[in-house]
Write a protein that binds this ligand. Structure first.
Ligand SMILES: Cc1cc2nc3c(=O)[nH]c(=O)nc-3n(C[C@H](O)[C@H](O)[C@H](O)COP(=O)(O)OP(=O)(O)OC[C@H]3O[C@@H](n4cnc5c(N)ncnc54)[C@H](O)[C@@H]3O)c2cc1C
Ligand code: SF4
Ligand code: SF4
Ligand code: SF4
Length: 371
């Protein structure tokens, strides 16, 4: 008998491994089975169990079931230690407005805008800031792509919204469901490694709506964090800052909280583990190993983005962007710069995989003790 969403509840949700990627709901909705929905926190649930025809595909494409892992590895020509890589670069957007709006160098936004302006994509699935936090969004204009950039917030926005921007994982895949109403077949998708993983599984099975995605842009990811969690107060006390004063957050070797006053607070990433989504303990992908291009702040100076080009298609897109809308880091100042960046990414990726193995082993022990 095929495993269904019922098994995802037992094996993934109840085990605290659901990372709210949205893949299960997206497929079920896109094919109009409509058995599943997502609550306001991104948790999927049986909306109408009678509509479930037990196709089993939500189970197969869930990144936490590890089904199809071998297929997607083969398709991506995955190799140790961090997947297939063609090139590492550090760049930033030429446009100062995009740089100002972007999280790091505004590179993701510059690439998306360029692809859209040159007619190479019909739209992009991004994460849009709204007064109620970030929401998955199908951007269909340059303005919408720009509006979805980075993490800068005006003074008028309350801290509640601000915290939601960071603590609410944006189940971006869900925006694909909108395609039912407006068919498009050349979309770029921006997402965290778990979301890219689900998209690649859908593509391996050739199921809707993943056939619309022509480019996957992945974000490095150490986790999804709850900054309004009570235990964050311990960090505020230890590092002498107030979350309500924070204007921007960047993740590099440390979390960098920049206050409205310009003061910066650096907190080592592992110290934020108590406020990290527990499902992220069961994730082994830091650098979006299945993306066409992966992006992060790690390895780059402030205001720049590190990118890993992974596929020939990613290389074409990046080279075109580099000629038109991006600037390379001044490598002549330090020819070993990229090697250092690469090493950092390898180290953080290895640590994440080791933690995953450890957590998985502990969980298996707990289960066998309980039996
Ligand atoms: C949850 C999370 C954790 C991260 N952790 C790390 C880390 O540990 N180390 C590191 O080096 N980098 C990390 N990053 C990546 C980093 O913060 C930047 O997104 C990346 O460097 C690209 O910067 P940019 O200025 O080029 O992108 P921008 O031009 O600012 O574009 C960012 C794009 O990402 C989209 N986006 C924003 N938030 C989300 C989201 N939650 N889900 C899906 N799409 C989203 C935006 O809509 C936009 O299209 C993380 C990102 C996220 C979302
Ligand atoms: S119809 Fe298929 S995708 Fe939808 S819940 Fe049932 S098994 Fe999952
Ligand atoms: S597909 Fe994603 S949202 Fe659905 S159960 Fe798996 S991890 Fe959770
Ligand atoms: S660490 Fe990032 S990619 Fe992994 S499950 Fe958490 S949010 Fe998803």
């Amino acid at each position: 008998m095929k495993k269904t969403f019922f098994n995802l509840i037992q094996e993934v949700q109840k085990e605290g491994k659901c990372n709210h990627c949205g893949g299960c709901v997206t497929f079920c909705s896109a094919i109009s089975y409509d058995a599943l929905s997502m609550d306001d926190h991104g948790k999927p649930f049986f909306n109408d169990i009678n509509k479930c025809n037990e196709c089993g595909l939500c189970y197969t494409i869930c990144p936490q079931t590890h089904e199809l892992d071998e297929e997607i590895k083969q398709n991506a020509q995955w190799e140790e230690p961090i997947g297939h890589t063609i090139n590492f670069t550090v760049t930033r957007a030429n446009d100062p407005v995009i740089r100002q709006k972007g999280t790091d160098g505004g590179v993701v936004t510059a690439i998306l805008s360029h692809l859209f302006d040159t007619g190479k994509i019909d739209g992009a699935i991004v994460s849009m800031p709204t007064p109620h936090g970030r929401v998955p969004f199908l951007a269909k204009s340059t303005k919408e792509i720009l509006d979805s950039a980075g993490s800068h917030f005006g003074d008028s926005q309350g801290m509640y919204q601000f915290s939601k921007d960071y603590d609410t994982f944006s189940p971006s895949i869900k925006a694909l469901s909108e395609l039912k109403a407006s068919p498009m077949d050349r979309l770029a998708f921006v997402g965290t490694p778990c979301q890219i993983n689900t998209i690649r599984k859908m593509q391996a099975l050739n199921i809707v709506p993943s056939d619309s995605i022509s480019l996957c842009l992945g974000l490095f990811c150490s986790g999804n964090y709850f900054f309004h969690d009570k235990s964050f107060a311990n960090l505020e006390e230890k590092y002498q800052f107030k979350y309500t004063d924070v204007e921007t957050i960047n993740v590099k070797d440390n979390f960098i909280f920049t206050m409205k006053s310009g003061k910066q607070v650096f907190i080592p990433v592992p110290e934020l583990r108590p406020v990290r989504r527990p499902a992220c303990d069961f994730c082994e992908d830091f650098s979006a190993e299945y993306a066409d291009i992966s992006f992060g702040g790690l390895g780059a100076e402030h205001g720049w983005t590190t990118a890993i080009i992974r596929t020939p298609q990613g290389r074409n897109v990046f080279e075109d962007a580099l000629e038109n809308v991006l600037t390379s880091f001044r490598l002549e100042d330090n020819p070993k710069y990229i090697t250092h960046a690469e090493k950092k990414i390898f180290d953080v990726s290895r640590q994440k995989k080791e933690l995953f193995e450890q957590n998985q082993m502990n969980r298996n022990k707990e289960v066998s003790l309980a039996q």
